[in-house]
Design a protein around this ligand. Structure first.
Ligand code: SAH
Ligand code: SF4
Ligand code: F3S
Length: 440
């Protein structure tokens, strides 16, 4: 029998990248093999994102692109899933625009995908199946991991925060934590393979892990302690944190445990208290700065990154200036900056004083200029320092690693070093794009 192939196109965050590993796992289970060539595929899955309008437009264009393929191959199965489809009215919209789509499912029934595909194979009847609300956490979904040394592990799903700009709580449902035992078992198995050196724990707000158990014991630090007790040479990272729930206990734990990665992503969104308030972020700039001070005091080699939204409705020049000031105060190793995008059904969609696109663009350009300078200074300061890095690849006689802030380090060595192991590197030189390091 001819081999059936799958092609998955993923958009959005790490959560979605990991969901695609589950999609791959399920498709393999029912007899499909991976292909990187769309033209060879018997099934194409679009795993979508709707965090900003730009994401949706890009996805629409990509779905439109396969019209010809579907025309040439009537048996091709086209699936659309992920956050975009979970929005009200979207499945109908998609179907109207692209009648050739065969299966549309939402985020809450992703784990059922294999059954839906089997059903379609038998009936050849297209359908949409969206569940309105989340169900209990489902364990044991087969996963085909595509990452090299890093393994993604969900610790919780959904979000209860309802920041006024954000679509995620509407498309991913309420917070549900996985049980400590289930997470621990998964991490133990990953570490045992000796392949994964970084375990990245995933959740929309990992700091509220375990709150839904209401047992007075389980929280995020409790989980981290359990995971760090697993023997082996690996590091634990996590994303994403919310400043309102990021505890001092967590900072102490990161500083004291050498399995904990020292890179911390702490999205602030804005440096203005007025804006934070109407974003419903529920912390102040002062609270945030205290956290940053505490992190820098207790974890001197911490690498801190953040997310910023510019052009939120009502953001004045003064509010924006305060964001620029905060950037300088925090000296971030990296900033993910976004232009505010109106999302249907969120409170901010209806806010007055929406900011014109030219001002949004000016602000994001300014933001990146400031951040660029900060990163340059931080990188220059690394020269002469020794840092621990994971060797990721070898190109000719040069090993490649990354700093916590994401800068590439090139290391020439005659020694036979092992990819996927941690080494201490002395930074010798900072070039415009890369750093030059030496094994010590
Ligand atoms: N749960 C995470 C990540 C959410 S999405 C968190 O709370 O940080 C990732 C980032 O996208 C957010 O941090 C925010 O900076 C950005 N974002 C979310 N909604 C947006 C919108 N409507 N317009 C522009 N950026 C947005
Ligand atoms: Fe969106 Fe806020 Fe939840 Fe993050 S914490 S997913 S920004 S609502
Ligand atoms: Fe992620 Fe996009 Fe959904 S950022 S949670 S895939 S809306």
């Amino acid at each position: 029998m001819k081999t059936k192939h799958y092609f998955i196109q993923t958009f959005g965050c790490q959560m979605n990248i990991h969901d695609s590993e589950k999609i791959a796992g399920m498709l393999k289970k029912i007899g499909y093999e991976e292909t990187q060539d769309k033209a060879e595929a018997s099934i194409i899955v679009f795993n979508t994102c709707c965090i900003r309008e730009s994401a949706e437009l890009k996805i629409m264009a990509k779905i439109g692109d396969i019209k010809a393929l579907k025309k040439a191959n009537k048996d091709l199965i086209v699936v659309v899933c992920g956050c975009m489809t979970q929005q009200k009215g979207m499945p109908e919209n998609l179907k109207k625009k692209f009648p050739f789509i065969n299966i549309i499912i939402g985020t809450h029934n992703l784990e059922e995908l294999e059954n839906y595909v089997l059903k379609y194979e038998q009936t050849h009847k297209s359908f949409n199946e969206i569940w309105e609300t989340e169900k209990e956490v489902k364990e044991q979904t087969p996963t085909f991991r595509t990452s090299k040394f890093n393994a993604w592990v969900n610790i919780m799903y959904g979000c209860n925060n309802f920041c006024t700009y954000c679509i995620v709580p509407y498309v991913r449902g309420r917070e549900r934590s996985r049980k400590v035992e289930d997470i621990k078992k998964e991490v133990e198995e990953l570490v045992k393979t000796n392949k994964y050196k970084t375990i990245t724990l995933l959740g929309q707000n990992v700091n509220s892990y375990g709150k839904d158990f209401n047992d007075g014991k389980t929280n995020f630090v409790y989980l981290l302690k359990e995971l760090c007790s697993i023997p082996g040479d690996f590091r634990i990272k996590f994303m994403t944190s919310h400043p309102k729930d990021f505890s001092l206990e967590l900072i102490d734990f990161i500083s004291s445990n050498n399995k904990m990665s020292k890179s911390i992503h702490l999205p602030v969104q804005s440096g203005s208290n007025n804006i934070l308030k109407i974003m419903n972020r529920r912390y102040t700039v002062e609270h945030y700065k205290n956290l940053i001070d505490e992190i820098k005091n207790k974890i001197p080699n911490a690498s801190i990154t953040t997310d910023i939204i510019v052009g939120f409705p009502g953001e004045t020049d003064e509010d924006f200036l305060q964001t620029c000031e905060l950037l300088k105060y925090c000296n971030y190793n990296g900033v993910f900056g976004f232009v505010y995008s109106k999302r249907k059904g969120t409170p901010a969609e209806k806010f007055e004083n929406q900011i014109p696109i030219n001002i949004k663009r000016e602000r994001i350009t300014k933001l990146f200029e400031i951040q660029h300078k900060i990163v340059k200074e931080l990188t220059d300061r690394l020269v002469g320092q020794t840092i621990e890095v994971l060797l990721e690849e070898k190109i000719k006689d040069c090993y490649i690693a990354k700093t916590d802030g994401g800068k590439t380090i090139k290391i020439k060595s005659e020694n036979n070093l092992i990819l996927g192991n941690y080494y201490n590197i002395k930074i010798k030189k900072a070039l415009t794009n890369d750093l030059i390091g030496e094994i010590i």
